[in-house]
Design a protein around this ligand. Structure first.
Ligand code: FE2
Length: 298
C-alpha cells in the first residue's frame, strides 16, 4: 500500500496519508512506516477505529515486543484488564471522572512533566502509540520536543562530554518532585534504570539527547551537578520553536519514538471533562523483522 507523509512542524512530526492500520500487514508498508518514524520521530494517523486487540496487533507488527508495565499499571490495577495497554484516562472502573484527590489522578498528573515513556526500565520504551478514544470539548494537547534537534544544537565539547555519561532514570523520582509518595514495597518495585545520555538510531545513525523528568542523576557526576545538567538540557530542548503541539481529534493514533523525543500532556479541566486514550509501548530491543515468519506478521 502506498502511503505518504505531510510535515506538521519545521523539524519533525508528520501526518500520514489516509490508511486503516487494522489492514496494514505487508512488510513493505510496515517498513515505510518505520522509515517515516526514523525521519519524523512523531507520526499522526487520522480516523482510526481500533479495538484494544487491533491496537496491540498493529504495535506488534510494527515493532515487535511490547512493554507490559510502563506507567500507572505498574502500581495499580489496570482498568482495561490484564493487557499491555496503558489507560491514559481520567476515569475510574465505573467510567466516572476521578475525584481531584484520587491516587491514580495524582499519579497521572506527572504526565504533564516532560518525559519519555519507560526510561525508568531496562529495556526502555521505544515507540509509544497513543489512540484517542474520548476527548474533551477543550484542547488537551500532547506536546513533543525533538531531542535530535536538541543534540544538533549542542557545541562539540558538550556532545563529547555527554557521549561519556549515563543517567539513572526513576519514575519514583519524577513523581516525588510533584509531592507523590510511595510505600516501601512500591519503592522496591521502582528501582529505575541506567541509560546513556546520548542515544543513536541504529538505522539512521542520528543521535539524540536522552534525558527527561525521570532522569534522576548523572551516574558519573555529583548529584547536584548532574541534575543541573539534566535540567539545562531539558530547557534547551523545549524551546518553543523545537516543540510540536498535537491537537487531538477523535480516532487519532499518534506514534512517537521515545529515544528521539520527549513529550508531555497539557493541562485542561480534568475534574470536569472526560478524556480517554489508550497507549501501547514497544520495547527498545533489536528486532529482526526480516526473519519473522509471515504468519507472525498477520
Ligand atoms: Fe508518556
Amino acid at each position: 500500500m502506498s502511503i505518504s507523509f505531510r510535515k506538521l512542524h519545521s523539524l519533525f512530526a508528520g501526518e500520514v496519508s489516509s490508511v486503516d492500520l487494522r489492514n496494514i500487514r505487508d512488510r513493505d508498508t510496515l517498513e515505510r512506516i518505520r522509515t517515516g518514524m526514523d525521519e519524523y520521530a512523531v507520526l499522526v494517523f487520522r480516523e482510526q477505529s481500533l479495538s484494544i486487540q487491533d491496537q496491540l496487533g498493529f504495535a506488534q507488527r510494527l515493532d515487535g515486543k511490547l512493554h507490559t508495565k510502563t506507567g500507572v499499571s505498574a502500581l495499580m490495577k489496570n482498568r482495561l484488564g490484564d493487557v499491555p495497554v496503558g489507560d491514559i484516562s481520567n476515569v475510574g472502573p465505573d467510567g466516572k471522572i476521578l475525584p481531584r484527590d484520587d491516587r491514580k489522578r495524582m499519579y497521572s498528573l506527572a504526565n504533564r512533566l516532560w518525559h519519555t515513556d519507560g526510561s525508568f526500565q531496562d529495556p526502555a520504551g521505544r515507540y509509544s502509540m497513543l489512540y484517542a478514544c474520548v476527548l474533551p470539548p477543550v484542547r488537551s494537547d500532547t506536546q513533543f520536543a525533538d531531542m535530535r534537534a536538541a543534540y544538533d544544537a549542542l557545541d562539540d565539547e558538550m556532545k563529547a562530554t555527554l557521549e561519556r555519561l549515563t543517567a539513572h532514570h526513576s519514575i519514583a523520582y519524577s513523581r516525588q518532585t510533584l509531592g507523590f509518595t510511595f510505600s516501601e514495597e512500591e519503592q522496591d518495585n521502582l528501582k529505575g534504570a541506567v541509560h546513556p545520555m546520548i542515544r543513536t538510531n541504529p538505522r539512521t545513525k542520528r543521535r539524540s539527547v536522552y534525558v527527561a523528568s525521570h532522569a534522576n542523576r548523572v551516574i558519573e557526576w555529583p548529584i547536584a551537578e548532574g541534575r543541573l545538567l539534566i535540567w539545562d538540557l531539558m530547557d534547551r530542548a523545549t524551546q518553543p520553536h523545537l516543540v510540536y503541539s498535537h491537537e487531538w481529534r477523535p480516532g487519532d493514533l499518534v506514534i512517537w519514538d521515545n529515544l528521539a523525543t520527549m513529550h508531555r500532556g497539557t493541562p485542561f479541566d480534568d475534574a470536569k471533562y472526560h478524556r480517554e486514550l489508550r497507549r501501547v509501548t514497544t520495547l527498545d530491543v533489536a528486532y529482526e523483522f526480516e526473519s519473522m515468519p509471515v504468519s507472525e506478521l498477520a
